[in-house]
Design a protein around this ligand. Structure first.
Ligand code: E4P
Length: 218
């Protein structure tokens, strides 16, 4: 399972990269705004900086909602760096744009996916990644992990090449559950990824090993 970090914060991206297990980055307009990145040129520069920090795919989202606008914007984003994946919303023109980009050999991430039917359309259009939003489904009392499991099963049944990128992850247990149901990729905030390190028995066990060593060796 690939690990992407879901942020536009450069310090957090560097910290995750430094851990040695990072496979990519996802961003969205809200995450860029949270970092105070504004203006077309600054936004593009920020994507380039992220691409220089990590080795894997970096999702950059289009703002346009019409086909022509998405094509123009997506081509400009893709021209910034070979690691850029064009992130496109799950709407009618978005599906048409994903089809266009997949035929041209560009990587795409179909975002804002909340149902198996939407994931089916994204796969048929040739999306590289499909992003079902787990946390936002959980927020409305719907089982986000169950959706991941259903999409994984459907893609396996038909042999679709689209990778299931579990998004809107809120905590460490979401990552573990995604691994259990076979998500290809998770994108998560840094604290959810770092939470995988933690177990109280690891801490107490290490403390005892070191104490025993120091008893004899000073
Ligand atoms: C995914 O690509 C999205 O950027 C992100 O996971 C959305 O997460 P949120 O629901 O926490 O905003």
């Amino acid at each position: 399972m690939k690990f992407f970090i879901d942020t536009a914060n450069l310090e957090q991206i560097k910290e995750a990269q430094d851990l040695g297990v990072l496979d990519g980055v996802t961003t969205n307009p809200s995450l860029m705004a949270k970092e105070g990145i504004k203006g077309e040129e600054n936004i593009k520069k920020h994507y380039q900086t992220i691409c220089e920090i990590v080795e894997g795919d970096v999702s950059a989202e289009v703002i346009s909602t019409d086909y022509e606008g998405m094509i123009k914007e997506g081509e400009e984003l893709a021209a910034l760096h070979p690691q850029i994946t064009i992130k496109i919303p799950m709407i009618k023109d978005g599906i048409k744009a994903i089809k266009y980009f997949s035929e041209k050999g560009y990587k795409t991430n179909c975002t804002l996916v909340f149902s198996v039917g939407q994931a089916l359309l994204a796969a048929k259009a040739g999306a590289t990644y499909v992003s079902p939003f787990i946390g936002r489904l959980d927020d409305i009392s719907t089982d986000g992990i169950e959706l991941i499991a259903q999409i994984v099963e459907m893609y396996n049944y038909y042999g679709y090449g689209t990778q299931v990128l579990a998004a809107s992850i809120r905590h460490t247990q979401h990552i573990v559950k995604c691994a259990e149901v076979g998500a290809d990729v998770i994108t998560a905030p840094l604290n959810a990824i770092m939470g995988l390190l933690k177990h109280p028995l690891t801490d107490s066990g290490l403390e005892k090993f070191l104490a025993d060593y120091h008893k004899l060796n000073g």
